[in-house]
Design a protein around this ligand. Structure first.
Ligand SMILES: *[C@@H]1O[C@H](CO)[C@@H](O)[C@H](O)[C@H]1NC(C)=O
Ligand SMILES: *[C@@H]1O[C@H](CO)[C@@H](O)[C@H](O)[C@H]1NC(C)=O
Ligand SMILES: *[C@@H]1O[C@H](CO)[C@@H](O)[C@H](O)[C@H]1NC(C)=O
Length: 337
């Protein structure tokens, strides 16, 4: 694992840091927007933020100050990122399962007890789209193309509290997040996401030619069901930006709301989220095994000074034997340290 490398790379811009907490001045805007787009969940802004794209250039400056304090590196993402060690094979699909957490108001830190009107958090899977780690094999994808799917949770004091979670998919950066049609889910439901690159060229850079298939299955409350009660699938076209299939991520993200693009929303208290049944399929037809997964995976935590410092504590919970990945990724909401 190379947590320090990832932490230093997944950073936000200084502008994002300064104004991370929506002030009451934004409240009217939010209300107007939610009235206008009641059925559209208008708040998503899953386009890659400029800070993502400038992360590589920023990393140099940050690593210079890394010796002072690693905690100074800001990040809007937490979770686990697996990177293939070489470009001899390509990731063609990833899976993961998690139970949707409730969105609650944090009780500690600068955003505690309703000092912001809206709290949110995003939980998703992504093929590619992360700043490359020290392994140069990830660098074929400089445009930041990514296939992503997941769920966002919201707590909006002005709109009466916890809101319905929103399931979405996206081929970044050419399209913004789109809601899965005919799909609904509630906190406590267990979801399985499957993301596939649908049109593989031979292998290596350019694989995928910019199309993917995303599927979400809802197994309902509890983790016992074996059959989904609801399934939705979508084909996503990326507008020419191919994926490289080098990275797989299981991510908690603090994202900007639509209309407030310059800073991440106050992160909801989501308790703990556990990504399990992790799968990484390769173009060879093989799946990444536990050993290869652990060796190639880096952990990162959300870290936003304006909201109290480190906001997640993400760990790999090692599993037993078996064919594929048996580890789970567990992220707890924390404040500081
Ligand atoms: C927020 O409210 C909780 C419950 O009333 C309380 O325990 C906590 O100290 C409060 N936190 C702050 C920062 O005021
Ligand atoms: C959603 O479900 C309705 C009713 O079953 C159906 O008519 C409609 O075509 C579905 N829409 C999509 C996009 O699948
Ligand atoms: C794979 O990596 C090698 C060495 O880093 C590089 O020379 C080669 O161009 C890469 N191939 C592809 C298809 O990206």
């Amino acid at each position: 694992m190379k947590p320090s490398t990832l932490v230093s790379l997944l950073c936000t811009s200084a502008a994002a840091v300064q104004a991370a907490i929506p002030s009451s001045a934004h409240r009217n805007n939010l209300n107007q927007r939610s009235q206008q787009h009641q059925n559209q969940q208008p708040r998503l802004l899953h386009t890659l933020s400029p800070s993502h794209l400038s992360a590589q250039t920023k990393a140099k400056t940050l690593s210079q100050s890394l010796s002072l304090s690693q905690a100074a590196a800001e990040s809007v993402q937490g979770g686990a990122i697996f990177t293939l060690p070489t470009n001899k094979s390509t990731i063609t699909s990833i899976t993961g399962t998690f139970t949707i957490p409730h969105a609650l108001v944090p009780t500690t830190g600068p955003t505690a007890n309703g000092s912001a009107s809206t709290y949110a958090a995003s939980f998703h899977l992504s093929i590619d789209g992360f700043p490359s780690s020290s392994s140069s094999s990830a660098q074929c994808n400089t445009g930041g193309a990514a296939l992503r799917a997941g769920i966002d949770i919201f707590y909006d004091a002005a709109a009466g509290g916890e809101e319905r979670p929103f399931a979405w998919y996206q081929y970044a950066p050419s399209s913004s997040a789109v809601g899965f049609a005919n799909f609904s889910a509630a906190p406590g439901d267990t979801l399985k996401f499957t993301l596939s690159i649908s049109t593989s060229t031979s292998s290596g850079a350019g694989a995928g030619a910019g199309a993917g298939v995303v599927t979400v299955e809802n197994f309902g409350p509890g983790r016992k069901a074996t059959k989904p009660i609801q399934t939705a699938t979508a084909t996503v076209v990326g507008g020419g930006q191919a994926l490289c299939g080098r990275q797989a991520g299981w991510v908690v993200e603090d994202f900007p709301l639509a209309g407030l693009p310059d800073f991440p929303v106050a992160l909801a208290d989501f308790g703990t989220v556990t990504f399990g049944a992790l799968g990484v399929g390769l173009d060879s037809g093989k799946k990444v095994g536990e050993k290869e997964f652990v060796a190639g995976t880096g952990l990162v935590d959300i870290n936003l000074e304006a909201q109290g410092g480190r906001l997640t504590d993400c760990k790999l919970v090692r599993g037993g034997g078996g064919g594929g990945v048996t580890s789970q990724v567990r992220c707890a909401r924390v404040v500081g340290n």
